[in-house]
Each structure stands twice: as structure tokens, then as C-alpha cells.
Design a protein. Sequence first.
Length: 347
Amino acid sequence: MIMVTGGAGYIGSHVCIALLDAGFDVVVVDNLSNSKRTSLDRVQAICGRSISFEKVDLRDEKAILRILRDFDVTAVVHLAGLKAVGDSHENPIGYYDNNFVGTLRLVSAMKTANVRKLIFSSSATVYGNPSYLPIDESHSLAPTNPYGRTKYFIEEMLRDLHGSDNDWSIAILRYFNPVGAHESGVIGEDPSGIPNNLLPLVAQVAIGKRKQLVVLGNDYPTHDGTGIRDFIHVVDLASGHLSALNHLKGPGILTTNLGTGRGTSVLEIVQAFESVSGSAVPHTIGDRRAGDVAACYADPTLAADLLGWKSTKTLVQMCADHWRWQSNNPNGYHPPTQPTSERDAPT
């Protein structure tokens, strides 16, 4: 049995599909603070298999220990965590409590239950401002926001944990920018309020939920002046977790990027989405967001060499799958409950 923390969320629901399709049994632990139980109902319908679900907060160590024992868990895929960069500046203590303390309690319970295999969802934010491109795993670590620092300190804790007890098998996966949705259009990204990521904003403009997209800066030293990021299809990202899980046959610790190795600009995303959806994405140019960098994209060579994994889906597929999800589910899993703003979240 594989425990997936945060399994009802955007990435988690896709990871559950990858695990179920590979023949694993899954128990999801999620407090539903930023996710919907409906997503797991849909995962079960897609896969034709059942998922066990426990509504538990990771900081409840006794409950986590009970689940590990009751379900005879052999490995944990740890995805749960707060992840909005802007929000982390406003609520740093909440991020350290939820992300770092939650992980501390999780691994403490795992140690007590003698479960020592862990796949950890980290982030490219640990790198901070790139000193060279593409970014490989030997790049210096200098996160520039509280969210990124929680990921950095968790990574350090896991390295110290393995150093003290080398029976642990740990994979630290540094995500770049997950986008897209399952090809069925049944599950996808359903952000609360104003999305923090680019593609949901673009899709909401295309479907008419928002009047326009505000592109934050067009004076970067890039080919079209807008920021460049490494966008990876969420299904490819999910398959990376499966590859890591299969790779961890014995004790050890690894750290690897999960990205495409290709950079795509904000305007290229807009153009690709317009082409796929057949809908216009009106946009205006706003000021840069403080702390944003011109370009950031991965060197995914290590994941290919070590895990035998690489991304396979194109930008067109990313946009097409996201559009299918958005057009089939214009209000996500539930009707919207919060007003929108013309000035959308930063790209």
C-alpha cells in the first residue's frame, strides 16, 4: 500500500492514477484545505479501482502513525503542502508550520512504523535566481521566498535523516511548472479564488470567466520580453514519481529535477492556448512582479540517466488537455464562491 499525502490535489490526483494504473494500492491522506474529495471519486472512475481516503492533517502524528500501521503502508509519496509564493510572504509562520512541521511529524511517524521509503515533492524554487541555464542539480540553492525556504529546509532535514540512518530510501523531486490535465478531461487543476499559476489564468480568460490576462512584465531580456519557464505536463510529472518509486529498491537518497529542459515564454503560452482552444485570450502588460527572474528551465539529464524518465508531452498537448478540462468543467469541481479580479495573479 502506498500512502499519498495531498492526494486529492491537482498533482496528487494524477499521481494516484499513475500508481493505480501500475497496480499499486493507494491510501490518500489529505486535510482538504486546498483540494476537493470529488477529485478522488473521479480518479476511481477513470481507473476502475478504489482508493482509501483519510481526512487527516499531517501534523496529527498519532493519526498518521495509525494509518501507516492500519493500511500496512510500504512507501509514502509526500505531496501535501502550501505552495503559493505570494501567500508565503504574508504568512511565513503558517508555511513553516504546515510544510516543515507537517513533514517532520510525517517522517517521525514513518520511523516509528518502520516505513522508510519516501518520495518528496520539492520545487525548483529552491534554486532561487538562476546563475546559469539550464539548471542542473548541482546549481547552488538560494530560495528567495518563504515557500521555497520550507522546501529547502525539508530537503536538508531529509538529507540529515538519511545521514543518521542509511536504511532510508528517499527521492527528492524538484518540480518545475506543472500544467495540463488528464487526457479524459475529468480531473485537472481547480484553484480556489484567483489562480497563482499562469495556465489556469489563461484558460479562465479563454472561457470567459475573466476579462483579460495581465502579463507581468514585457521588458525581460528574452526573445519576446516576457518571462520564460519550464512547463511540464502534470501526467509526465506523475510518471516521474512512479519512476522514482520503482528506482528506490534499496537504501539511498537521490535528488533530481523533473522538467522538460525547454523554456516557454508567457506570450508563447498565450498563443498556443489561443490556437488550441479557438478562443481569444485578451491580455495587457503590467509591471514586473518583484523577485521574478527572466528565465528558468531545467536540465533533466539526471532524471533520464538515473530513473530512465523523461517528459514526452508537447506544449500543444499541455494546452489541449488543460482546455479540455476547463471547457468540460468551467467551474472546476464546484461552482465558484469567490469574486474575481480584473488584475489576475502574476504569471
